[in-house]
Write a protein that binds this ligand. Structure first.
Ligand SMILES: [Zn+2]
Length: 340
């Protein structure tokens, strides 16, 4: 499942690609036919993310305020299997958000890691159908978009079970396999957001809400960081890395972690996740801790302290990194640096 920074990047990209445009929406698969026909011909007014939820407001005209009661909100959660596929002409770019439109976003999330970086968005660039042989480290190469000119491009036929197609002047975005794709009014959006913990990537997030929620629970802090009702958007990589960087045992109960240390987790996560939004990469190792030279059999040491480094020496103390299953997810930690 993509971590929250990927959804924020996606929100920014959709806004750049389609914001202020009247869109044609359809549900080639049919499962979202009613919803798609309600949105068809409306204007995308912006976009926002909260944790792993994407919220897209649609209005009758581009000048409708987002908080107007006539606005219809589309909520999408990719879940484990959802993904977006993009195609368009050479004008269909989102230079500030993701460089060129990515062919495919989502699906497998952290498991899609190959060459470098840590995001499903990174490295999935525009061009031919070459998703599988792209390497994430090549994201920087994709800024030049060599698609067809606007009058040569035609929307491709939907591939697979496309729940929702967003078609604009210059390109198309196809959504397949989402866990959620539904229309809401503003009150419905507020109700979803009330169930979510604060998202460190949102300007309106309140760290004290996270501290209070974590302090009220007896579950381990390792589980609480993955609980979207406690904190939104951090996934398995950020969970492991923030706990290492702050030096907290993942097995310590939330109500036994001091407020000060919980604030330290939040304050550490926010810039790490902001870096993820800006670059598409999850990189958490401070430059001083990167081994030089990088051991050839331990490539993750250049970007992660403990994640996917089972048995490798801790970058700070040399203790072998440990791994265990926690709530059906793989957990990585240093037993020495994170003893308490
Ligand atoms: Zn250590």
């Amino acid at each position: 499942m993509p971590e929250g920074h990927t959804i924020h990047r996606l929100a920014a990209a959709l806004d750049e690609l389609y914001g202020g445009q009247k869109l044609h929406t359809s549900s080639p698969q049919g499962r979202f036919a009613d919803g798609a026909s309600r949105l068809d011909g409306q204007v995308l007014l912006g976009s926002q993310a909260h944790g792993k939820h994407l919220f897209l407001p649609f209005g009758a005209r581009a000048d409708v305020p987002v908080d107007d009661e006539s606005v219809t909100w589309l909520r999408i959660h990719l879940g484990l299997y959802g993904s977006w596929t993009f195609d368009g002409d050479r004008e269909f770019t989102a230079p500030h958000a993701i460089g060129a439109p990515r062919r495919r976003v989502g699906e497998r999330g952290e498991h899609a890691l190959k060459g470098g970086g840590g995001s499903a968005l990174a490295g999935l660039s525009g061009g031919a159908d070459d998703v599988t042989d792209r390497r994430e480290g090549q994201e920087g190469d994709s800024s030049s978009h060599d698609g067809p000119s606007p009058n040569e491009w035609e929307p491709p036929k939907p591939r697979g079970a496309v729940r929702l197609r967003l078609l604009g002047r210059h390109g198309v975005a196809d959504l397949t396999g989402p866990a959620a794709c539904e229309l809401l009014d503003a009150e419905g959006v507020a109700a979803v957001r009330r169930r979510l913990g604060p998202d460190p990537l949102r300007a309106d997030a309140d760290a004290e809400v996270f501290v209070a929620k974590a302090r009220s629970r007896r579950k381990s802090i390792g589980e609480l960081l993955m609980d979207q009702s406690v904190i939104s958007g951090a996934g398995n990589i950020y969970r492991a890395e923030a706990l290492f960087r702050v030096g907290i045992s993942p097995f310590r109960a939330g109500n036994r972690v001091s407020e000060e240390r919980l604030r330290a987790i939040w304050e550490d996560l926010r810039p790490l996740m902001e870096y993820g939004v800006a670059t598409g990469f999850i990189t958490t190792v401070d430059l001083d801790d990167v081994p030089d030279p990088l051991p050839p059999d331990d490539p993750e040491a250049g970007r992660w302290y403990v994640y996917h480094r089972t048995g490798r020496p801790c970058l700070r103390c040399g203790t072998p990194v440990a791994e265990r299953e926690m709530a059906a997810r793989r957990l990585f930690w240093c037993p020495t640096c994170q003893a308490r």
